[in-house]
Design a protein around this ligand. Structure first.
Ligand SMILES: Cc1cc2nc3c(=O)[nH]c(=O)nc-3n(C[C@H](O)[C@H](O)[C@H](O)COP(=O)(O)OP(=O)(O)OC[C@H]3O[C@@H](n4cnc5c(N)ncnc54)[C@H](O)[C@@H]3O)c2cc1C
Length: 1008
């Protein structure tokens, strides 16, 4: 049985000194170890490991990676690193040397970037040198890729695997590719895994036996080891539909696991994003219960939940009597998890200090080692240490000794292309060592490659410190367990977010005296959040509201509002703001129930409904703060003897006419803006959304808004709507809806009836025919999902929806094919079901009008996709459905490409160049939202300057504007240029007054 060498030198001259207390670069006070002898042993083993590894530096296992000029420069210059990695990510989509050169020059000339000397000269080269330059760069990037990726497929990597084996290193092959946008793609991945599992054992079966690699303390270990990423196997993986995702994944995995069982192939489940963590843990356990295959699972120590996660797997393994391997890693998506959590306002799931990750790694290692099965019949967890950090590995090795387990009870795993010296040292130390070997094409491999580049160049990287910067062993092996006197940066990042982002000023007396921050969406990956939501929507009731208001009712309401004006206007603005803040609090309390009402009434799916409530809360909180500043007297200049001031006053009686598609958010936004600025308001919600409209009205009343300041008018547009708009008392009309009604209101408001002594102000937000441009260098994984979401989210019934995809011809065929396949994976059904992505259209009128456009489309373009509806029993009873439709090769002048359809109909247009794409995108009467998927900085810049829409989104979907962050609204025939949720919005609800006082009396003025 192998054992870890205990050479004298490994103990070193300071072997008996007190445990080290080297402060980490990220601070913290070391905690004295519970077991000084163990700490001593960690240092001894670590020192030996390090010494052995450092001896290998100049051989074939050297750290050549860091000698690469580009990487070297990247580590010195952050701005260069960002652009280099972005270029590397784009590289596989570039087809010609000109494109390579063009993009490289573009990236390297971004502000603040200084390319390394050789590269700088090459970039300035004339046409002749362009080819040579592109070839050099292509070679460099290909060789970077080759360093981390062993081949395009398993067959091409077998030679490398065999070489590894001959050096005493085992393997785990991983198929690159982690996003699949359709079931068709998932099936391709499934086929590749099956091929791998069936063919690899034969290919490697001829190799000589290796006792160390093929057995552990309990018996044989399979020679073939495959790592899988679940995200590539089922396109509908989404924790919101936890059980559906598990079922779909188990279907996809079933044949793979059975083949693995039959061929004795070890299968390891990789761990990916935090949002899939619970799903992956559950899936793993259920798969193990369904099929007896040699099983392992990666677990991440950078997660704050790491201790609980590992306990869960250990408890299950013990209880069920299973032996599984935990490959303990720190985690590869740290940046993403931190950035994403902050964007969403969710708790950051990863530790924010590197030493905390390292400490958690040790705690998790300890739990695994304690639970290591001692005999073949014991249930428990075998540990594989997936790390290149000698301290982290040495900890596990030392604890193993302490627990009296042999060294082959543990395995050491490292990544292909990294830390070759450490692998050699591990082999020398007699450890079972395995390399994680990714294989696959460049495009799906880019995400993996960029992660490796980031990891290797990170300031926090142990490998960089150990082998590039040659930091002293004392520091490299320092104990990571610390206490901190400063606040946790990850917690602070979220908690102090409002102060850092300053989306508004902090206003004393409003919303806890803090600046505005967005209401975070529900984190549906969390079980309790999902379950609470499901319970709330199950019991939500849509109030019955009759649209039976009459013109007489309108008359009375207008009179009451007019009478309320002086009182409401005179109220201190903070009191009006307090009503909004209170309304927000009520909505927060009833949040999931409000979603339930919209799901039932308007056919929104879970996330869409939740987003609607969040936006409504945001409007209240945002305008409550904005209004206070607005109503302060502003002094202009500082002249002595002259006091110049501007103040604002409310306009008067406001009429809010709101749409059904954001039945809470838009109604709430327009109404609260009017009310907080002192205008008594009559609200007239759209017919199909009267229930939620009424609930909102009741909330405003409960929040303290007087009965004559907010009044509910449910009645026909032809009579009640027309009366409200035309009445002489109406001073302000806030409307969101169709262009026809919007233009009618603008025209009607232009009339000045008898008795009206003012001009009416109209805030009119109308439709769009929004385009997303897909450029030649677009990341198609993102573009496909972004266009799909923007076009078919809420059945395309958003004014911001994508109605046109304008695609540059080199990307056209692939994009269109993948988009159609991806759209096919959308689940159509009853939106009460969390699995459903796509619900009914709002009513029969919409149904008829959309169908008419589909017929027109058939005569104008090629119908590339008309999805089928599922069986009636799966649809919401009594509702009208239209499945997603995609038209291809749509001519620029086609009606379906120019007129607003307001339903799930997407036109795809082919163009030759990016410039032409811009021209087409700008070529309708609307200017609301627009998007660009491109990885060419110059094209993104051009879009900023020339893509003339109210809301432009680059490399992301074009719906879902957030209050305070993306003020929303368009111009041209999309609207009058007001921006809901932006700093200027409230200005439209008030009139400015300017006051000038001569403060000089008899030649004297204060302040001289
Ligand atoms: C065989 C193998 C399989 C792997 N499989 C997976 C997998 O399935 N899923 C996965 O996510 N990763 C996986 N990885 C990648 C692994 O997570 C990274 O290689 C690992 O993070 C590097 O850790 P280290 O111990 O080698 O290096 P170290 O340099 O000691 O640690 C680096 C890690 O520390 C963490 N870190 C960096 N800065 C901070 C900070 N400020 N606060 C807190 N933590 C910080 C990051 O996670 C970073 O990656 C695997 C690695 C190996 C070797």
């Amino acid at each position: 049985m192998p054992s870890i060498t205990r050479s004298k030198s490994s103990r070193g001259p300071d072997a008996h000194r007190e445990p080290r207390s080297v402060p980490a670069p990220d601070g913290g006070q070391p905690i004295a170890p519970d077991d000084p002898a163990l700490e001593e042993r960690i240092h001894a083993l670590g020192t030996e490991f390090l010494e052995l590894a450092r001896r290998h530096r100049s051989g074939i296992l050297s750290a050549a990676f860091w000698s690469e000029k580009l990487i070297d420069w990247a580590m010195k210059d952050e701005a260069f690193k960002v652009q280099l990695f972005r270029f590397v990510d784009t590289f596989p989509t570039l087809k010609t040397p000109e494109q390579v050169h063009d993009h490289l020059v573009d990236y390297m000339s971004q502000p603040g970037v200084t390319p390394p000397p050789g590269l700088g000269l090459g970039l300035k080269a004339g046409r002749l040198l362009k080819g040579a330059m592109s070839r050099t760069v292509t070679r460099q990037i290909t060789s970077m890729g080759e360093r981390f990726i062993a081949g395009v497929d398993a067959a091409s990597a077998v030679d490398q695997l065999e070489k590894l084996w001959s050096r005493g290193i085992g393997f785990s092959v991983d198929l690159l590719g982690e996003a699949c946008v359709s079931e068709a793609e998932a099936r391709v991945y499934q086929g590749k895994y099956l091929d791998l599992i069936r063919s690899l054992p034969e290919a490697v079966g001829r190799w000589p036996a290796n006792e160390r690699l093929e057995s552990d303390h309990l018996g044989p270990v399979p020679r073939t080891n495959v790592s899988i990423k679940i995200s590539s196997l089922f396109a509908r993986t989404d924790p919101i539909d936890f059980e559906g995702s598990i079922a779909g994944l188990m279907d996809a995995l079933g044949p793979i696991l059975e083949a693995a069982r039959d061929s004795n192939v070890f299968i390891n489940f990789d761990m990916e994003l935090f949002e899939h963590k619970d799903l992956t843990l559950e899936l793993f356990m259920r798969c193990c219960e369904a099929v007896e295959f040699p099983a392992g699972l990666a677990m991440q120590a950078y997660l704050r939940s790491g201790d609980d996660d590992v306990r869960r797997i250990i408890d299950w393994a013990r209880k069920s009597g299973r032996q599984v391997t935990v490959r303990l890693v720190k985690g590869a998506y740290w940046d993403y998890e931190t950035i994403h959590a902050e964007e969403q306002g969710w708790p950051v799931p990863v530790w924010s200090r590197k030493a905390e990750t390292d400490a958690c790694f040790e705690r998790m290692s300890a739990r695994c080692i304690e639970s290591t099965p001692r005999g073949p019949g014991d249930g428990g967890v075998k540990l594989a240490l997936g790390s290149h950090n000698v301290r982290s590995i040495a900890y596990g090795l030392a604890l193993l000794e302490k627990e009296d387990l042999p060294s082959n009870a543990i395995e050491v795993q490292m990544l292909h292309g990294m830390a070759d010296q450490l692998k050699a040292a591990a082999v020398e130390m007699g450890l079972r060592t395995r390399e994680y070997v990714p294989v696959g094409e460049m495009i799906p491999g880019m995400a993996y490659l960029v992660r490796r580049l980031l990891e290797n160049t990170s300031n926090e990287s142990w490998l960089r410190a150990g082998f590039h910067e040659n930091v002293a062993p004392e520091t490299l092996l320092a104990c990571p367990h610390r206490t901190y006197s400063t606040p946790d940066p990850g917690v602070e990042r979220i908690e102090r977010g409002p102060e850092r982002h300053q989306l508004t000023e902090a206003v004393e007396g409003v919303g806890e005296n803090r600046p505005f921050s967005n209401e975070p969406a529900r984190e549906f990956s969390q079980k309790e959040i999902r379950e609470r939501f499901a319970r709330a929507i199950a019991s939500a009731k849509v109030p019955e509201v009759k649209a039976n208001a009459t013109e007489d009712d309108a008359e009375q309401a207008l009179a009451a509002a007019q009478a309320a004006l002086p009182r409401w206007r005179a109220l201190p603005v903070r009191e009006r703001s307090a009503v909004l803040v209170k309304a927000a609090a009520i909505m927060r309390r009833r949040r999931d129930e409000l979603s339930g009402i919209m799901i039932r009434e308007a056919g929104k799916v879970w996330r869409e409904a939740d987003g609607d409530v969040c936006e409504a809360i945001d409007f209240c909180e945002y305008y409550a703060r904005q209004a206070v500043a607005l109503f302060e007297y502003q002094r202009l200049g500082r002249f002595i003897g002259e006091l110049d001031q501007v103040i604002y006053q409310p306009r008067g009686v406001a009429v809010v006419i709101s749409p059904w598609n954001f039945p809470l958010a838009i109604l709430c936004g327009m109404t609260t803006a009017a009310i907080v600025t002192g205008n008594p308001t009559l609200i007239k919600p759209a017919g199909p959304a009267l229930g939620i409209g009424r609930v909102f009205f009741d909330i405003m009343r409960e929040a303290g808004c007087p009965a004559d300041v907010i009044q509910f008018m449910a009645g026909p547009g032809r009579t009640v709507g027309a009366k409200l708009v035309r009445d002489h008392r109406t001073a302000l009309i806030a409307f969101t809806g169709s262009m026809e009604v919007g233009l009618d209101i603008v025209a009607a408001a232009g009339q000045v009836p008898r008795g009206q002594h003012h001009l009416k102000k109209v805030i009119s937000e109308m439709g769009g025919k929004n385009a997303i441009i897909v450029d030649a260098s677009a990341d198609l994984d993102e573009a496909v999902l972004g266009v799909r979401q923007s076009a078919f989210g809420y059945q395309g019934q958003k004014c911001s929806a994508c109605a046109r995809a304008v695609v540059v011809e080199s990307a056209y065929e692939t994009f269109l094919e993948r988009l159609c396949e991806s759209t096919r994976t959308l689940k159509i059904g009853d939106p009460l079901d969390p699995a459903v992505d796509f619900g009914p259209v709002i009513d029969n009128n919409a149904y008829r009008s959309i169908n008419e456009y589909i017929e027109i489309g058939k005569s104008e373009a090629r119908l590339a996709l008309a999805m089928d509806l599922p069986h009636e029993s799966r649809l919401a009873a009594g509702r009208d459905y239209i499945a997603p439709h995609i038209f291809a090769e749509v001519p620029a002048e086609a009606r379906i490409g120019n007129e607003e359809i307001f339903g799930p109909v997407l036109s795809v247009l082919k163009v030759k160049t990016f410039d032409e794409a811009l021209e087409v995108a700008n070529g309708t009467a609307f200017a609301l939202t627009g998007g660009v998927y491109s990885r060419k900085p110059a094209n993104l810049e051009k879009a900023r300057a020339e893509f003339r829409v109210g809301n432009l989104y680059l490399n992301r979907p074009i719906t879902g504007a957030l209050v305070g962050r993306q003020p929303f609204g368009g111009f041209a025939l999309s609207g009058v240029g007001t921006k809901a949720g932006g700093p200027d919005y409230l200005l439209h609800f008030v009139e400015p007054r300017s006051i000038c006082e001569n403060t000089m009396r008899r030649g004297f003025a204060p302040g001289i």
